[in-house]
Design a protein around this ligand. Structure first.
Ligand code: F6R
Length: 364
């Protein structure tokens, strides 16, 4: 079943262009390049506030969605991990949409949070990969990802498919709210449809990333930095590395570095910087300088433009295709997944069945 791949995780990373395209197909109407959601029997335009709840990688997809929903639809978004959300007595006003994101649809804390929100009168939307799951059954609005079965314990293709669905949701919401006109909607669709090819272009750098893994494998700690929608990607990268290579890693907002974690920096702590060129790039470059001034070893992940400007003096660089900012979080998922994967292979850990982890966490 793994075909030519050594591990399910590797196979699933490489399936991303196909499954993201597959997922997008069910959210895009090709005839007029508009975003379409499944049949909804409530008024999306009346939604005043969105509460996103999820765990782990699905939570990071939710963090990216917060940027998109607030930017496009101007609807305020609250987000929390399910285990915290449940016990903090959240304020849930009438007219709110509660959005749950889950690969399995069975994560105990997320499911309990869903039931809590239902009781509190929220409309329930669910982005889920297993269409027969408990969460799918209990949703008012079911937004399936079409990633296919995910076998590797570390989530990969489910994440990029979640992002594809969430981008479509953000755009649809923006249209119904009158915040996005037809031309803008068509632009969003066009950029989303560029994602599968961009994911392929990112996967083309597999060998370069494999060559960097031996530099990361000896580290005891690794820092990941990103800004804006790439900040959650930094956390996702750190989570992937922790899970399968057992190296301690932290994802930080680039601008938070100087408020603490910079104290950790020395030659032994690789710093992985996710920074597509664009308006935030200069800011991140200055954060990189702060790291470099303290002897930090940087792995810069950027496009050709970004690498030309700031690639000199890095321990290593990973080139990504130049993409529209909307799809950058999908594309930049690939190098962080591959870096974790190859580092785990160098260390010889069990990639598909990491110690202490289960695919679906059905206990609280
Ligand atoms: C990370 C990972 C976990 C899951 C989390 C939520 O690679 O697999 O962090 O993302 O347990 O699981 P789902 O999405 O099934 O609710």
């Amino acid at each position: 079943e793994k075909g030519n791949y050594r591990h399910y995780m590797q196979k699933e990373i490489f399936e991303q262009p196909t499954v993201v395209a597959q997922t997008l197909r069910s959210y895009i109407r090709q005839s007029d390049n508009s975003v379409a959601l499944p049949q909804i029997d409530f008024d999306l335009s009346a939604i005043k506030r969105i509460t996103i709840v999820a765990c782990g990688t699905s939570y990071y997809a939710g963090m990216v969605a917060k940027y998109w929903i607030e930017q496009f639809a101007r609807v305020p978004v609250d987000i929390d991990v399910a285990s915290e959300f449940r016990y903090r007595n959240p304020v849930l006003e009438n007219g709110g949409l509660a959005l749950f994101i889950s690969q399995s649809g069975e994560t105990a804390d997320t499911l309990a949070a869903l039931r809590h929100c239902k009781q509190a009168g929220q409309t329930i939307a669910v982005v889920v990969n297993v269409p027969t799951s408990s969460m799918a059954r209990e949703a008012d609005l079911l937004l399936p990802t079409h990633a296919g079965p995910e076998i590797g314990v570390a989530s990969t293709k489910a994440f990029t498919c979640q992002l594809a669905v969430l981008a479509a949701l953000a755009a649809r919401l923006a249209v119904t709210k009158g915040q996005m006109d037809r031309t803008e909607e068509q632009d969003v669709v066009r950029h989303l449809l560029e994602a599968p090819a961009a994911l392929n272009a990112a996967l083309d750098h597999d060998d370069d990333i494999a060559a960097i893994a031996p530099l990361i494998a000896p580290a005891r700690d690794v820092l990941y930095l990103g800004r804006g929608p790439d900040y959650p990607l930094a956390m996702e990268g750190a989570l992937k590395l922790k899970e399968i290579s057992y190296i301690h890693a932290e994802g930080y907002a680039s601008g938070e570095m100087k408020h603490g974690p910079i104290a950790l920096i020395d030659e032994a702590v690789p710093v992985i910087v996710l920074a597509p060129s664009g308006p935030l790039f200069e800011k991140t470059v200055s954060n990189m300088e702060e790291v470099r001034a303290r002897g930090g070893q940087i792995v810069l992940i950027s496009d050709r433009e970004g690498l030309a400007e700031a690639g000199d003096g890095c321990l290593a660089t990973i080139e990504m295709p130049k993409v529209h900012p909307l799809i950058a979080p999908l594309v930049y998922a690939v190098p962080v997944q591959l870096l974790a994967y190859h580092t785990a292979c160098v260390k010889g850990t069990d990639v598909d069945q990491p110690r202490n982890l289960a695919k679906s966490v059905t206990v609280e």
